[in-house]
Write a protein that binds this ligand. Structure first.
Ligand code: 18C
Length: 246
């Protein structure tokens, strides 16, 4: 075959038929559609969004939100990355083969179910932050092309084989969307040299149980910029010298 292993495993341009017959499909489709639509909506001037980190083309905003005394600040980040496509970005974010290489909060990752080429269920445990209990998460992950956008949506789910709050971990709940759009000069062919990808990353994490607000907001402020910078430069490194996949 003329395809490399990476090329055949890139996110498919259309929804995999195996996903559309899965019991989770209606939820996966609804939440992914909502998340992708909201991802590139502006934060500038909107009430409540505050800029908390800025570096080069990266801007991170949060909205302070507490529910029953628990911090659940939604986060929205915008970034621009040169030399990689939206599809490549999403490939590295979705595919578990690369996760330990860029995800620094991770302790363990288990594939719970491989639904289709574009959807999986994961169980993850995270590094413990003193003085809070360790956290885990169980979530589906779905990658799709939606008009000019490639996006990965992750959202918490349940599974009888992975019950919450039975061991050392407290289950947290997460909704994450990484939405990406490529652009290149009009009239030119896209290449590694002229392509730029705009990224919108949105995340809401419900800690699931008590966590000191001050510690949590400090972790949040440190870890989100670290994640986005590390992940985007990881993808740039991985793609260097490889043919561009649009
Ligand atoms: O989106 C990201 N990663 C994806 C693939 O893993 C996936 C993951 C989502 C889970 C995000 C929740 C991570 C919680 C981590 C808690 C422990 C951190 C320890 C770090 C110390 C070295 O979608 C990238 C995710 C980037 C995560 C940034 C950190 C967000 C912190 C939010 C608060 C979490 C509350 C946990 C309670 C801790 C008590 C103080």
């Amino acid at each position: 075959s003329v395809h490399t292993r990476d090329e055949v495993e890139l996110p498919p341009p259309a929804i995999d038929n195996r996903l559309t017959v899965h019991p989770l499909w209606p939820e996966i489709d609804r939440i992914s559609t909502e998340q992708i639509q909201a991802a590139f909506e502006g934060v500038g001037g909107e009430i409540g969004w505050q800029l908390f980190a800025e570096e080069g083309d990266m801007r991170m905003y949060r909205r302070e939100m507490e529910v029953d005394g628990m911090v659940m600040d939604p986060l929205k980040a915008m970034h621009k990355v040169r030399g990689v496509s939206a599809r490549e970005m999403c490939h590295y974010f979705f595919n578990p083969r690369y996760r330990y290489e860029w995800e620094t909060t991770l302790e363990t990752m288990t594939i719970v179910e491989e639904i289709s080429s574009d959807a999986m269920v994961f169980h993850q445990t995270f590094k413990r932050i003193w003085p809070a209990s360790q956290r885990d998460a169980l979530f589906w992950s779905h990658v799709r092309a939606d008009r000019d956008t490639y996006a990965v949506t992750n959202h918490s789910t349940t599974n009888v084989d992975y019950p919450a709050n039975t061991g050392a971990c407290i289950r947290l709940f997460v909704t994450v969307c990484l939405a990406c759009r490529s652009s290149y000069p009009a009239g030119e062919r896209p290449t590694r040299e002229n392509v730029t990808t705009s990224i919108a990353y949105c995340s809401t994490v419900n800690p699931g149980g008590w966590a000191p607000a001050g510690v949590l907001r400090a972790v949040y402020k440190r870890e989100y910029p670290k994640f986005l910078k590390r992940f985007t430069s990881y993808v740039q490194e991985q793609c260097r010298g490889k043919p561009l996949a649009i």
